[in-house]
Design a protein around this ligand. Sequence first.
Ligand SMILES: [Zn+2]
Length: 85
Amino acid sequence: MSEQCVFCGHKHLIDKNTRYIYQKDQQMLVVDNVPCLECAFCGEQYFDVLVLHQIENDYLAISQHQKQPARTMQVAVEEFSNLLS
Ligand SMILES: [Zn+2]
């Protein structure tokens, strides 16, 4: 993983745990407390490729009913053109 933000060039990346939202087709998996590096300047987040593979594998296991998620939640979906102005 790079120690420099490829987005803005800032050199200060901090260890953080964050929420990662994996999307595939019309399905979504939300994973909390995922380790990442976050740029202290622009907020861009960097994930280890192994972490991303783990999330993808977990998504597959859940979507193929080999595993139960810890919990589920309802998500509201909107079209931008329908938003209140
Ligand atoms: Zn940055």
